[in-house]
Design a protein around this ligand. Sequence first.
Ligand SMILES: *[C@@H]1O[C@H](CO)[C@@H](O)[C@H](O)[C@H]1NC(C)=O
Ligand SMILES: *[C@@H]1O[C@H](CO)[C@@H](O)[C@H](O)[C@H]1NC(C)=O
Ligand SMILES: *[C@@H]1O[C@H](CO)[C@@H](O)[C@H](O)[C@H]1NC(C)=O
Ligand SMILES: *[C@@H]1O[C@H](CO)[C@@H](O)[C@H](O)[C@H]1NC(C)=O
Ligand SMILES: *[C@@H]1O[C@H](CO)[C@@H](O)[C@H](O)[C@H]1NC(C)=O
Ligand SMILES: *[C@@H]1O[C@H](CO)[C@@H](O)[C@H](O)[C@H]1NC(C)=O
Ligand SMILES: *[C@@H]1O[C@H](CO)[C@@H](O)[C@H](O)[C@H]1NC(C)=O
Ligand SMILES: *[C@@H]1O[C@H](CO)[C@@H](O)[C@H](O)[C@H]1NC(C)=O
Length: 327
Amino acid sequence: MDLQHTMGLYSTLLVMALLLSGTTATVKRRAHFNDTADLPCQFTNPQNISLSELVVFWQDQEKLVLYEQYLGKEKPDNVDAKYVSRTSFDRENWVLHLHRVQIKDQGLYQCFIHHKRPKGLVHIHQKNCDLSVFANFSQPEIKQISNMTGRSDINLTCSSIRGYPEPKEMYFLYKTENATTKPGVFMEKSQDNGTELYNVSISLSFLVPHETNNVSLICVLQPEPPETELHSEPFSIGPKPIDSPRTDRNHILQIAGFTLLSLVIVCWAVLLLKKLIRLMREKQQPDRSHEGHECETIRVEEEESQKTEERVEGQAPERSDEEHSAL
Ligand SMILES: *[C@@H]1O[C@H](CO)[C@@H](O)[C@H](O)[C@H]1NC(C)=O
Ligand SMILES: *[C@@H]1O[C@H](CO)[C@@H](O)[C@H](O)[C@H]1NC(C)=O
Ligand SMILES: *[C@@H]1O[C@H](CO)[C@@H](O)[C@H](O)[C@H]1NC(C)=O
Ligand SMILES: *[C@@H]1O[C@H](CO)[C@@H](O)[C@H](O)[C@H]1NC(C)=O
Ligand SMILES: *[C@@H]1O[C@H](CO)[C@@H](O)[C@H](O)[C@H]1NC(C)=O
Ligand SMILES: *[C@@H]1O[C@H](CO)[C@@H](O)[C@H](O)[C@H]1NC(C)=O
Ligand SMILES: *[C@@H]1O[C@H](CO)[C@@H](O)[C@H](O)[C@H]1NC(C)=O
Ligand SMILES: *[C@@H]1O[C@H](CO)[C@@H](O)[C@H](O)[C@H]1NC(C)=O
């Protein structure tokens, strides 16, 4: 009888110890900055105890109370100021929602459940939850910093803002026609005092590539896993113009064109003069001499056709008058 009782008590204690050790294992939760974090209590309520017989509360690692249910009623008295109106209790699933999560909310949370019995409150359940908070960095953005005068360097910075935690790595990929390189850079970071979010940036300065080199860069941000890599839009730099620039060639072409035109006009004038002289001679003696061809290289269509006409109807004296009036 006595032995049985002792054994019974012993086994009950053992079971309780096992239950407690099993339930106090810490669960991990992640939440995005300014979103809602779930702090689970993972209470299965095997005896289907009514909430009106329970005291349920969550506290943070500084033992500040986030929320309390006291025998079926919310009890705000013990709730710390920083958690007022930031929580809601999901009584179906025994989860506490913590809203507008801040970076400083990271840490350990504990949920306790006590059962009110005639002899007093009995601790029946506990769950620890480790909360980490992250914030997605913005898409990295490459910008060109205005030149220092007289230098043909290109100066780029890439920045990404309002993320957490500090990223694992940030770098440029420098792509030429044949190769991709990863120049060494130093990541600058600044942290906001209030939100604790990071802004990060890297910069790179290099010479404008030569004519054969097209260059494009992308900026990569690798946040702490499990977050995925972020890539900037590519930034392309065309090849540097050749040293004897096109404007020079254009100038040469302009001069050449102008010279050609002048030559044509001069030739035209010479021909006209010659024709005039010839015509005057023809009026005196119908016998024609062959005309000169100084300007043969420049073929002026009108002149050409006139000549052929002359050859075909060469002997007709009326033609001379027509030609004369046409001129
Ligand atoms: C947090 O979210 C609210 C809307 O849910 C928004 O108004 C506020 O600007 C956000 N705060 C920050 C710091 O992003
Ligand atoms: C638990 O108790 C409530 C009443 O307090 C009852 O409505 C419900 O059916 C019970 N659930 C189980 C699983 O016994
Ligand atoms: C590029 O930018 C950095 C940081 O702003 C500056 O220190 C450096 O002098 C700049 N280089 C050139 C060539 O403008
Ligand atoms: C940088 O300098 C080079 C040469 O001085 C010039 O051709 C280029 O337009 C400049 N770029 C900017 C963004 O000022
Ligand atoms: C890229 O490779 C081609 C063929 O291998 C070569 O002709 C060219 O010069 C290379 N370009 C650069 C920028 O190295
Ligand atoms: C981060 O960048 C944003 C946007 O450029 C700026 O408003 C904010 O002040 C920066 N914060 C820090 C800590 O540098
Ligand atoms: C450079 O890129 C332009 C268009 O992006 C392309 O038309 C050109 O052929 C490229 N030049 C070389 C040398 O790859
Ligand atoms: C953060 O980025 C991940 C992808 O890395 C995305 O799935 C998630 O929706 C983003 N969260 C917010 C709040 O923007």
